[in-house]
Design a protein around this ligand. Structure first.
Ligand SMILES: [Zn+2]
Length: 181
């Protein structure tokens, strides 16, 4: 069976990513919005199935990679990479509010090192969850890394350090540039 989303080398993949954004034509009556629970059911069923098939570590790697793929596609379609840093960060913040993904704040962005600390409140993936002793927003880790990599052209690793899953009321992400060896 053909992998319709394939990898970025696959022509169909690029075409289908364009059509993901063509919601107005496809949903003339229902429109572009749907309840958060639908997104969560998709995400957490994928996490469960991937964990049972490949184990937890691999599941996290896959979810994070999917987030990064989305971050890059989102960057190329929805963000203006020619903006200077502060304007770019403001644009990312506004887009995440417009799309109701979460309320993003940059607690720190060191222009010298690229090191950033970001928070997302009312996060789409985990807000309202009980404390389960671990962070769960691996998709967001990848998504934010994908955007930062695309904009800065640097290699980033983003790790969630606070989450509703660890008993916090905001998700906090540490974003570091991986230095060339
Ligand atoms: Zn979280």
């Amino acid at each position: 069976m053909a992998n319709i989303f394939g990898n970025t080398d696959n022509d169909n993949s690029a075409v289908l990513w364009d059509y993901l954004f063509n919601v107005d034509e496809g949903r003339k009556n229902l429109g572009g919005e749907m309840p958060v629970i639908v997104y969560r059911m998709l995400e957490y069923s994928m996490r469960d199935v991937l964990t049972s098939m490949y184990g937890k570590e691999k599941m996290i790697e896959i979810i994070r990679s999917a987030g990064e793929k989305t971050g890059r596609e989102f960057y190329s379609r929805c963000l203006d990479g020619s903006l200077p840093l502060n304007d770019f960060l403001a644009q990312v913040q506004q887009k995440l509010i417009d799309l109701k993904i979460g309320i993003l704040r940059f607690e720190k962005f060191d222009e010298e090192t690229g090191h950033a600390v970001l928070t997302v409140s009312e996060d789409l993936d985990c807000s309202g969850f009980p404390s389960i002793g671990e962070t769960v927003c691996n998709y967001d880790e990848g998504f934010l890394a994908g955007i930062l990599k695309a904009y800065t052209k640097k290699e980033y690793i983003v790790v969630e350090i606070d989450c509703w899953g660890t008993g916090e009321r905001v998700c906090r992400f540490d974003a570091k540039v991986v230095l060339d060896k």
